[in-house]
Design a protein around this ligand. Structure first.
Ligand SMILES: Nc1ncnc2c1ncn2[C@@H]1O[C@H](COP(=O)(O)OP(=O)(O)OP(=O)(O)O)[C@@H](O)[C@H]1O
Ligand SMILES: [Mg+2]
Length: 235
């Protein structure tokens, strides 16, 4: 069933992918034709040809980015769920997250709650989701003052018994437009963004019978909450 639902998601994405790839491919074709015309002139302007070739390369990279994100989604099947301690799953990628925060000139704080019940998850997939959300938070803080550039990953237990992972930043928060289209594939406000990060994260969390929700952070920024059903503790 999980494979079917993942394939259905890829199917839903196919229309969007076709549209999205059509733009760089059309641009590549146009610039290539322009190069052909420019080269046919007796005194070809090398600068113009250079510009067109650079554009072709940039558009090809963009198309490749989109395909790579989709391929990583397809490759991760089948989902393998195992009982896991969510704090240990996060610990495994803590070095990676800390390095990423440093690369974004920010700080990462991890606040694990003690004695959480286990969850049944595909750890690698959940780690991808956490990396995606942390990366978004770090990118959102790029223009913030350096002393406020802090990203917090916190775990906890909800009153309903779900295990929660909160990922909070002090960036500008979500724009009204982003709020409306949050989990739409290909919605991005970043020049280099594929807009697939949140769409894929939402799909993965739902496949785990969990939920991914957003709430504004106080006094500013965004908070994303991953909530997962907990397993009964081992006897
Ligand atoms: N923590 C955040 N703070 C502010 N805006 C955010 C945050 N997370 C996501 N967004 C907004 O939601 C959009 C979609 O995010 P998503 O992760 O799906 O794609 P992306 O980050 O733009 O691209 P990619 O994940 O491929 O790098 C972003 O472009 C941004 O506008
Ligand atoms: Mg992203």
């Amino acid at each position: 069933m999980l494979q079917v639902s993942r394939l259905a998601t890829i199917g839903e994405m196919a229309a969007g992918v076709a549209h999205e790839l059509n733009q760089p491919l059309t641009a590549i074709a146009n610039y290539a034709q322009a190069c052909d015309r420019l080269l046919a002139r007796p005194a070809a302007n090398l600068e113009d040809i250079h510009t067109a070739l650079r554009e072709i390369a940039a558009q090809a990279v963009r198309a490749g980015d989109i395909l790579r994100r989709l391929r990583s989604l397809a490759r991760s099947q089948p989902m393998r769920r195992e009982r896991a301690d969510i704090n240990a799953v996060i610990e495994e990628i803590l070095d990676l997250l800390t390095a990423d925060a440093r690369a974004h000139r920010g700080m990462l704080k991890f606040e694990p709650a003690p004695a959480l019940p286990p969850v049944s998850i595909d750890s690698v997939q959940l780690q991808h989701v956490i990396v995606n959300l942390v990366r978004n938070g770090l990118e959102a803080q790029a223009d913030s003052a350096s002393e406020t550039r802090e990203l917090c990953v916190r775990t906890g237990l909800c009153t309903g018994g779900e295990v929660e992972i909160a990922i909070c930043d002090n960036g500008p928060g979500l724009s009204p437009q982003a709020l409306e289209r949050l989990f739409d594939p290909f919605f991005s406000t970043k020049p280099e963004g594929t807009g697939l990060g949140l769409a894929i994260s939402n799909t993965v969390v739902r496949a785990h019978d969990g939920s991914l929700v957003h709430q504004p952070n106080q006094p500013r920024g965004a908070c994303f909450y991953i909530r997962l059903p907990s397993e009964p503790a081992a006897a």
